[in-house]
Design a protein around this ligand. Structure first.
Ligand SMILES: Cc1cc2nc3c(=O)[nH]c(=O)nc-3n(C[C@H](O)[C@H](O)[C@H](O)COP(=O)(O)OP(=O)(O)OC[C@H]3O[C@@H](n4cnc5c(N)ncnc54)[C@H](O)[C@@H]3O)c2cc1C
Length: 577
């Protein structure tokens, strides 16, 4: 093999991920005067965060003065079916207003009322209007604002580095290893502390609201392989309506606003099936109930040719659809060449959000490895068994700031750091091994096999038999993945990136299946056909390690009396992501 260039650099704190969580952490570090390098594997203005549409939560009380951080916390804990960590939830809700202040100060154009107050709207299961937004482009506005601020405060940013391994010596992180996705040169980055903000694992299902090559479980693999535990990996939110056709767009989100505006769900026989599942609220039923209804219709053979159900809005005035749902109209024209003012959309549940992820300390987001922190969708603690819409952007910003401060403190106080040559060699050999692979298997089809088995064996509804079948199929795919052909070409190193994406997906899938098997109950987003009820004994977090062991961790009780506010409130039927 020809010698490959290895570029070396050192920084105080390395942040892996240029989405909302990573950028927020990096800004905090730079503002504290700490040297920071922030890296990502795709364009900085196109991290997954740009897809977020509906909004970001903070109990500002601009529309409903009765609102409070305590009520926000109560709503979050209840909707999470009591698996969220109360300490993390309290921090999220107390600090979210400050996160909005930061955004506004840095120039984010959030919607305002005529008198200048920030507008806030309802999101599902929130007691009051507390969701700030920028049209239905909130994620994009936040991403651009953070990227601009990061540049202003001098964050060094690279969006062409794929991290393949964290470098750890005796339980303490000292950097990361990776490669340049365009040119293939290697990167050895030495750092006092590392912040992992590399997203979730929802792309391991066939229908996913993530785009290609994002949320492939990289963060979970990077962390677990150096000794971090993962938690509640089975808890994945399925959105009821993702696109079904054409195949390459399968999973792309169809906003709940379609149902909010009067969209009707029908099966292939033309039956308005929500009359059977929730005769009162029909299509305006809660997100998990509609997802389950759509899933059941399809699974029981009443689905459409492409395996979906029909969502019809064509009975509304064309002008109304164009003014209320412009983004959806454009999406179906562009992706499916379909006019939703004339023709029903085919939809099915789509994997949308990872509630589980890397095990972190509830306040500091420190992981099991010293000097390593995790934040954003890759971390866990806030959402329990079901995420409230609008809470994840808030989580990225609140804990991004906290993690920045913690990593700065770690870096400043660090006395001695050992750089372990063996750890670096292992990372180099891992890359060499893949590049010299001349097997008969390719990463993309195997990735597809993982997505198929996760959809068939660990989708909206799970059972012991299906999950065991999934584990057996996964083992077979993992065996084939050892015989990969990886062949970078003149167009770049995408082939190598796909090989590592596959490794992330295999690990995330195994952890998800193991935990889903262990959670023998139905709770929040986790439906077990063989255990249809919530089991009070399983009001625990499931903690997984690389050895495949799953242990039960008690969830601390809310210590603050404030959490008792309005806990018994029925979820209001208000839609929007
Ligand atoms: C369609 C849609 C709508 C949504 N709407 C909302 C909403 O209205 N409100 C809300 O609160 N949430 C919403 N969400 C969820 C929210 O967008 C995400 O949870 C959040 O943006 C995650 O941000 P993050 O910073 O953790 O990760 P991401 O934005 O996913 O960023 C991950 C970063 O890690 C990098 N990375 C990954 N792997 C590697 C690697 N191996 N090497 C180097 N870099 C790597 C990526 O390049 C990227 O920069 C929505 C999600 C979707 C899909």
């Amino acid at each position: 093999m020809t010698a490959v260039e290895e570029r070396r650099t050192a920084t105080s704190v390395l942040v892996i991920g240029t989405g909302a969580a990573g950028l927020r952490a990096a800004i905090g570090l730079a503002e504290l005067g700490v040297q920071v390098l922030c890296i990502g594997k795709r364009r900085r203005d196109d991290a997954h965060t740009v897809l977020a549409s509906g909004g970001i939560n903070a109990a500002l009380g601009t529309m409903d003065p009765e609102d409070s951080w305590e009520q926000h916390a109560a709503d979050t804990l209840r909707e999470g079916h009591w698996l969220g960590n109360p300490v993390s939830v309290e921090l999220l809700c107390r600090e979210a207003p400050r996160a909005i202040d930061d955004l506004v100060r840095w120039g984010a154009r959030l919607a305002r009322e005529d008198d200048g107050r920030l507008s806030q709207r309802y999101f599902g299961a929130h007691r009051w209007r507390r969701t700030c937004f920028a049209g239905d482009y909130t994620g994009r506005e936040i991403q651009l604002t953070l990227a601009r601020r990061a540049a202003e405060v001098g964050v060094e940013l690279r969006d062409d580095v794929y991290v393949t391994r964290l470098l750890v010596h005796e339980g303490r992180v000292f950097g990361a290893y990776g490669f340049d996705v365009d040119g293939g040169s290697r990167w050895l980055i030495v750092a006092d502390a590392v912040v992992l903000a590399a997203g979730g694992h929802t792309r391991i299902w066939r229908r996913s609201s993530s785009r290609r090559d994002e949320n492939t479980g990289d963060a979970m693999r990077l962390a677990a392989e150096v000794g971090c535990r993962l938690r509640d990996m089975e808890l994945v939110q399925f959105h009821p309506t993702g696109m079904v056709h054409p195949e390459e767009s399968a999973g792309t989100l169809v906003t709940e606003a379609v149902r909010g505006e009067g969209g009707i769900l029908r099966n292939a026989a033309g039956e308005r099936f929500m009359e059977r599942y929730d005769p009162e609220r029909l299509e305006l039923s809660a997100r998990d109930r509609v997802a389950l209804a759509n899933y059941t219709e399809i699974a029981e053979g009443r689905g459409t040719e492409h395996g979906g159900v029909l969502l019809d809005i064509s009975h509304l005035e064309r002008e109304l659809i164009l003014s209320r749902l412009p983004r959806m109209y454009r999406q179906f024209v562009d992706l499916a060449m379909l006019d939703i003012t004339q023709t029903p959309m085919e939809v099915a549940p789509t994997a949308h959000y990872s509630m589980g992820g890397i095990h972190v300390h509830p306040e500091t987001h420190a992981t099991d490895v010293e000097g390593l922190y995790a934040v954003g969708e890759c971390a866990t603690g806030v959402h329990g068994a079901n995420r409230l819409g609008g809470n994840s952007l808030a989580e990225c910003l609140v804990f991004g700031r906290i993690v920045g401060a913690e990593a700065a403190r770690w870096s400043t106080e660090l006395g001695v750091q050992v750089r372990d040559r063996d750890a670096i060699d292992t990372a180099r050999q891992e890359l060499d091994g893949l590049l010299s692979g001349r097997g008969e298997e390719f990463a993309r089809p195997l990735q597809r096999a993982v997505r198929d088995l996760m959809s068939e064996c660990c989708g909206v509804v799970r059972s012991e038999g299906g999950l065991r079948d999934g584990l057996a199929r996964l083992e077979e795919v993992a065996g084939r993945a050892e015989r990969l052909e990886v062949r970078p070409d003149i167009a770049g190193y995408a082939d190598l990136a796909h090989a590592f994406d596959l490794q992330g997906s295999l690990l995330a899938a195994r952890a998800t299946l193991d935990c889903a098997l262990e959670r023998r109950e139905t709770r929040g987003a986790h439906n077990r056909a063989d255990f249809p009820d919530e089991d009070p004994k399983l009001q625990v977090n499931l903690v997984w390690n690389l050895g495949g062991t799953v242990t039960h961790d008690a969830v601390p009780s809310p210590s603050s009396a404030d959490f008792s506010v309005e806990l018994d409130l029925d979820s209001p039927d208000r839609l929007l992501e």
